[in-house]
Design a protein around this ligand. Structure first.
Ligand code: HEM
Length: 466
């Protein structure tokens, strides 16, 4: 297992870049450089204050922060790494894995998972080979079946949530705890193949794991320990599940077993020299869960929030939801997620001296060893690439939507994701009574975690009165 120290060993190189990227921009003249003026006024040596300023601005005015950075300092050297904020430059970072590796989050991810994984590696073996494998088992042609499965499971969970509210004498329920996380976990059981593992465990354990490797930049030991323990427990549950499945199909070709991703993996034979044994199947299955469960849950809630915040858009989306072909509806969900993506930024480690944005006014040499933050959210609002970026518009070019990542590590589960997320939202919009209350559209409770945990919605009529 690689050491966690490699994640933080690059800070001095970052400091060498400070002030190296004050580029002129056509729009700079009209921008009030509020944040940068305050940031630059803090001495370069006062790292904690600079980080705190950045953190505060990210929390209070993320859109404003990135608008200012794109215009005035699009490649922004900070003590946390170099923030890359413009669309072409984010694409360059994410599609150059031989220079920008996943070495920032990879070590923690592998410790949490207890094994190598695609999103923790670059290069030929685990990354490209197992990415190809992932693409094969998470097959695009599953999409219609996964959509229908999501619809029926989601409807049942919604019925129970509405009935539960009625039983409590309440006119609201919690869209996240009573609906999204449960429906997503049931899809994980049925489609990925986690049968016999409690839904509650699939959700809480994947949250602990994701928190530990993806949003624990300070390396909080308690968060890391909780993620590692959760990963170990899921590994052990899946090992027992694989043993059960192997025993049940002994002496057969396995084709009469469950038609889910685990079943597909157990039936797949790769050349022995690949060393793809049941432990690799286990690591991939648990890895897929961590790539999916929190993402799907949060996306269902934040997409609904972004639609509800725009009543005219919501009305159009409701009409599209009722059409037999969901394609027009889906576009509303992906555009909504552009405003609140699950992964607003992803870190990479520059492992070779590299000139970013060469041949443009943003040209910046990045020294080997520098952590780089590819700001996906910012790129999706790049005024020089995206037409009227602050307007809600369906039908934008697909490359302008980076919600499922981009390049060498973009989402290998995108075909499943592309039907599961919209369908989770669509099932809600098909019930006019279930909506965030007026004035409460924005009210998401994170409950001290990095992910929204509670989102109150009106309960609507019980099943049958939809
Ligand atoms: C449901 C909503 C989903 C969202 C929003 C989402 C988002 C993303 C994003 C943004 C990345 C890129 C990460 C990076 O560049 O650092 C990614 C990668 C990945 N996703 Fe998803 N994902 C979703 C669903 C899924 C599903 C259903 C699976 C598998 C069952 C999955 C498995 C993966 C894997 C394995 C990677 C890493 C690929 C690689 O390293 O080459 N995701 N996802």
């Amino acid at each position: 297992m690689r050491s966690r120290a490699s994640r933080s060993g690059a800070a001095p190189s970052v400091e060498r870049l400070a002030h190296a990227s004050g580029f002129p921009s056509p729009s700079q003249a009209v921008i009030t450089v509020d944040f940068l003026a305050a940031y630059d006024a803090v001495p370069e040596t006062d790292v904690p204050r600079r980080i705190e300023l950045l953190r505060q601005k990210t929390v209070t005015d993320k859109a404003g922060l990135f608008r200012e950075l794109r215009a005035a300092r699009p490649v922004f050297a900070t003590p946390l790494g170099v923030f890359v904020t413009r669309h072409p430059d984010v694409l360059e970072v994410l599609s150059t894995p031989e220079v920008f590796t996943v070495g920032v989050l990879g070590p923690a991810l592998e410790e949490v998972l207890g094994a190598p994984f695609v999103l923790a590696r670059d290069g030929a073996d685990v990354h490209w080979r197992e990415r190809g494998y992932g693409q094969m088992v998470l097959a695009p042609e599953d999409a219609p079946r996964v959509r229908a499965l999501t619809a029926s499971l989601a409807d049942a969970v919604l019925d129970a949530a509405v009935a539960g509210a009625a039983g409590r004498g309440s006119d609201t329920f919690d869209l996240i705890q009573d609906y999204a996380c449960l429906a997503a976990a049931r899809v994980a059981v049925e489609y990925l193949g986690f049968d016999g593992i409690p839904e509650e465990m699939l959700h809480t354990h994947s949250r602990r794991m994701q928190w530990a490797f993806a949003v624990n930049p300070g390396g909080d030991p308690d968060v890391h320990a909780a993620g590692t323990a959760a990963g170990k427990e899921l590994h052990d549950r899946v090992a027992a599940l694989i043993t059960r499945r192997r025993a049940a199909s002994a002496g057969t070709d396995g084709t009469d077993g469950p038609d889910d991703i685990l079943g597909r993996m157990l039936r797949t034979r790769l050349p022995a020299e690949f060393g793809f044994d049941d432990e690799r199947i286990n690591a991939n299955l648990v890895g897929y869960l961590t790539g999916y469960q929190q993402n799907a849950t949060q996306c269902a809630a934040t997409a609904l929030k972004e639609l509800a915040l725009r009543p005219e858009v919501l009305a159009e989306a409701e009409r599209a939801a009722a059409e037999p072909d969901p394609a027009r509806f889906d576009a509303y969900v992906w555009e909504a997620l552009r405003f609140h993506p699950f992964v607003p930024a992803t870190p990479r480690l520059c492992v070779r001296d590299h000139v970013l944005a060469a041949g443009t006014p943003r040209r910046t040499p990045i020294p080997a060893g520098t952590p780089v933050v590819a700001c996906l959210y910012s790129a999706m609002f790049d005024e020089d690439v995206i037409d009227a970026p602050t307007e809600f518009r369906t039908g934008r070019p697909p490359a302008h939507n980076l919600v499922l990542g981009y390049g060498a590590h973009d989402c290998v589960g995108r075909y499943a994701a592309s039907v599961i997320i919209p369908e989770l939202v669509r099932r809600v919009l098909l019930r006019p009574g279930i909506r965030p209350p007026a004035g409460g559209e924005q009210t998401m409770d994170y409950a001290g975690t990095p992910y929204p945990q509670h989102y109150a919605v009106a309960a609507g009529p019980v099943s049958g009165d939809r």
